[in-house]
Design a protein around this ligand. Structure first.
Ligand code: NDP
Length: 479
């Protein structure tokens, strides 16, 4: 067997054949310079496997494959109905392989297996299924203009879409982007995060099995600074859809400007969770805990849990995804102490799990936090909640909006009028009333301010993947 596939197994007994190559034109290939990137298990800090990392030359091949597929009749002329059938087959294959995919994300990302299985995999399959239903419902309008003329619009694919995704939800982020892109007839070059590429590579085999023609979906693992940059700056890529940090989004926007690419960006957040004095406090505390600590605090939405081995069914919080992320979160804990916030609980690494080398951090809560502190203003992206006080509704709104970000916000109150009035004034792409950080593929998601551009999910997610063409018709054909 070539090193393009390696048999792997996990502590839960699951075994699978792991692809390690670049997936271009429905084939597995090595990178042009043979370079590989190690994927590390954050629960043990040991290498799981090394997989090929794309060079700019490899990205160019993938883009050319996607460009050829875009105009190949097997994809271009496929009816929406047939496209939808391919997608719903893919959704079913994801479900059939959900234990394997969840196991892969557990060892590669560190998230608890029960979470990967029940949350990430459900969201991944259902997102593809949801968009499969739209594939034959992407249509335009007829616009009467005057007695002799009318116009109609058609929705055409944007073209070759470069999709750059992060490590916090490796499969769900892929589904958020592949779903609407494929439903609208685009072709894709997807770059997973170099920290968590394994499940996306496994997914590639399911894309072939579902019957997608060569070149429609290409998946190239690689470093952001090499493969991601090659994709963002490629002159034959028509769109970039990105999820990740605001800083990287800024670079990508500059690189994407060369040919004025269409862009969708979902970036950082520092999301306020406002608890009014009339709230059901028990519920508010439970939801605040869910909002900030779920996914090891690596969800973007500011706000105590069992830290443990990701394969232990009672674990709520696994390790941070990488040593870099672990170091970054711990630096914010030290910063909070230096800023003289009160460390109410946590703040230390957890070393008594497994081999003692995992990137585990105690759930951490700071109180007496004030708006000028960096732990209040900056995205920590770890299991660290910061709590500040407010006295009036106006002050709560002012504090919530005192941020360069605008991704999400949550409001806890039993007063319906207050709930809707405050929801209307919080500057965010999403507001939850009396719960927090629960998404739904049927509902648009995205940010305002420096949290993003455009929307993913829901029907709004489709709009990002079509261009509208207007066709003017002169019925009289006389001037
Ligand atoms: P990045 O924004 O750097 O990474 C996200 C994706 O962008 C990855 O695929 C990455 O590649 C790629 N990338 C990185 N640099 C470039 C580039 N120059 N050109 C094109 N693509 C690039 O996030 P990090 O992983 O570095 O995390 C840093 C912080 O970002 C986190 O602590 C958190 O605050 C925030 N973040 C926010 C996320 C969100 O969902 N909004 C998700 C992840 C992080 P590579 O594979 O090399 O990493």
């Amino acid at each position: 067997m070539s090193d393009l596939f390696v048999q792997l197994s996990a502590p839960n007994g699951c075994t699978w054949l792991q692809p390690t190559g670049l997936f271009i034109n429905n084939e597995w290939v090595k990178s042009s310079n043979g370079h590989k990137i190690a994927s590390i298990n954050p629960a043990t800090s040991e290498e799981i496997i090394s997989v090929y990392g794309a060079t700019a030359e490899d990205v160019d091949k993938a883009v050319k494959a996607a460009r050829a597929a875009l105009t190949d009749p097997t994809w271009r002329d496929l009816s929406g109905l047939e496209r939808g059938k391919l997608m719903s087959r893919l959704a079913k294959l994801i479900e059939d392989n959900r234990e394997t995919l969840a196991t892969i994300d557990t060892i590669d990302n560190g998230k608890p297996y029960t979470v990967a299985l029940n949350e990430d995999l459900t969201e991944t399959a259902e997102t593809i299924r949801y968009y499969s239903g739209f594939a034959d419902k992407v249509f335009g309008q007829v616009i009467p203009t005057n007695a002799d003329k009318f116009a109609y619009t058609v929705r055409e694919p944007v073209g070759v879409c470069g999709q750059i995704i992060p490590w916090n939800y490796p499969l769900a982020m892929a589904a958020w982007k592949l779903g609407p892109a494929l439903a609208c007839g685009n072709t894709v070059v997807l770059k997973p995060a170099e920290q968590t590429p394994l499940s996306a590579l496994f997914l590639a085999n399911l894309i072939v099995e579902a019957g997608f023609p060569p070149g429609v979906v290409n998946i190239v693992n690689g470093y952001g600074s090499i493969a991601g940059a090659a994709l963002a700056s490629h002159m034959e890529v028509d769109k970039i859809a990105f999820t990740g940090s605001t800083e990287t989004a800024r670079h990508i926007m500059k690189m994407a400007s060369g040919n004025l690419k269409n862009i969708t960006m979902e970036t950082g957040g520092k999301s306020p969770l406002i608890v009014f004095n009339d709230a059901d406090l028990t519920e508010a505390v439970k939801w605040a805990h869910w909002g900030i600590m779920s996914n090891q605090g690596q969800a973007q939405v500011k706000n105590v849990s069992k830290v443990g081995d990701p394969f232990d069914a009672s674990t709520f919080q696994g390790p941070q995804v990488t040593r870099a992320q672990y170091d970054r979160v711990m630096s914010y804990v030290r910063m909070g102490q230096a800023e003289k916030a009160t460390l109410l609980c946590g703040g230390k690494p957890v070393k008594d799990i497994g081999n003692g080398k995992g990137f585990y951090i105690e759930p951490t809560v700071f109180t007496d936090v004030s708006p000028e502190m960096r732990i209040y203003r900056e995205e920590i992206f770890g299991p660290v909640a910061v709590i500040a006080r407010f006295a009036t509704d106006e002050e709560a709104i002012r504090m919530a909006n005192d941020s360069t970000y605008g991704l999400g916000g949550a409001i806890f109150t039993t007063n319906l009028t207050r709930a809707h009035q405050v929801a209307g004034r919080v500057e965010a792409g999403t507001v939850w009333i009396n719960f927090s950080n629960v998404g739904d593929w049927r509902v648009p998601f995205g940010g305002v301010k420096q949290s993003g551009i455009g929307r993913e999910l829901g029907q709004a997610g489709l709009d990002e993947y079509t261009n509208i063409k207007a066709v003017h018709v002169n019925v009289q054909s006389k001037l």
